[in-house]
Design a protein around this ligand. Structure first.
Ligand code: DGY
Length: 321
């Protein structure tokens, strides 16, 4: 029996990749940078399985080039890079990697929050560049976290994990905005579900954990930033296009809000002259929320399970459709 032909758009951790290579006839894209759309389309012509990353756009015209494709296994929990209805319409299953990266992502969101609130990166850059002059009673002042109000936009697994850190460790009150009530967050964390306007007006920290869909795109814009406190810190570890980035830059420049911490931007990376990269009150990480050894291993295992199940006609471990 010939092994099922698959294309893997980037090297993933060996714990998953070794199984894929053992069980499939796999071509693995070895470059650091992603293959182009046209390259993916050409590579999957004969394939039954595809491992994609969040940087790979998978849409109907691309899928039409792969009449035998049975499964797209995305190496991410987010799957906004994939046109899922287009996959479903063609009988192609889609898998993602939920759960594996919950804690790592919440840790990074918290790291961004405290870094932005306490001006850690701004201060560190000044220290490194020799611009740190002396200990100043009025220098590098930031905002406290203990006992403040945290607003979670999107109370899923990661939002809950972020709220748990802030509630348990920093005694924060938790508000959340979500289309669904989250009983676990309400019982365990005394979280209160409110509308977005209330959350923005009452929160000292706003952390976004929503998935990117047509309706959540641009959820945070000029109007929303204007409703926040001047002392508030905004954190985005979900997806860049949830935010109108020009509006965020304007809000940070004008002091409409105090600071921001971003693990995601639009585009990624931003061009070197993008103003978002040059604001002292904006901490930017290069989309690394899931970048720990054990988290990426966990994602690779789920990703391999999804792919192998899909090419052999078994139910996926983590199905999207
Ligand atoms: C995801 O999984 O969606 C993250 O953005 C990257 O790990």
């Amino acid at each position: 029996m010939p092994k099922p032909r698959v294309f893997v758009t980037r090297k993933i951790p060996a714990i998953g990749l070794d199984r894929i290579v053992a069980e499939c006839d796999a071509e693995v894209w070895a470059d650091q940078l992603p293959p182009s759309y046209d390259v993916i389309r050409a590579k999957i012509k004969e394939c039954v399985g595809l491992v994609s990353l969040l940087t790979d756009k998978i849409d109907g015209p691309l899928l039409d080039a792969a009449p035998n494709l049975k499964v797209v296994s995305n190496f991410a929990v987010g799957f906004n890079n994939i046109d899922v209805p287009a996959c479903t319409a063609r009988g192609i299953r889609v898998g993602n990697t939920p759960g594996a990266l919950t804690d790592a992502t919440a840790d990074l969101a918290f790291a961004l929050m405290i870094s932005a609130a306490r001006r850690v990166v701004e201060g560190a850059l000044e220290a490194r560049d020799g611009r740190w002059k002396t200990w100043e009673p009025l220098g590098y002042l930031g905002v406290d976290l203990v006992g403040k109000t945290l607003g979670i936009v999107g109370m899923g697994r990661i939002g809950h994990a972020m709220a748990k850190r802030c509630r348990g460790g920093w005694d924060m009150n938790v508000l959340y905005f979500d289309e669904h009530q989250n009983d676990k967050a309400e019982e365990e964390l005394q979280a209160k579900r409110v509308d977005l306007d209330t959350l923005l007006a009452e929160s000292d920290f706003v952390s976004i954990h929503a998935s990117l869909t047509d309706s959540s795109r641009g959820l945070m814009g000029a109007k929303e930033f204007a409703k926040m406190k001047k002392t508030a810190v905004f954190v985005n570890s979900a997806r860049g296009p949830l935010v109108d980035q020009k509006a965020l830059v304007a809000a940070l420049k004008a002091g409409t809000i105090f600071a921001a911490g971003l693990d995601v931007t639009e585009p990624e990376p931003p061009p070197p002259d993008d103003p978002i990269l040059h604001l002292p009150n904006c901490v930017i990480a290069p989309h690394i929320a899931s970048a720990t050894y054990s988290t990426r291993d966990g994602m690779a295992e789920i990703c391999a399970d999804n792919l192998i199940a899909g090419v052999t006609g078994q139910p996926l471990r983590a199905p999207v459709n």
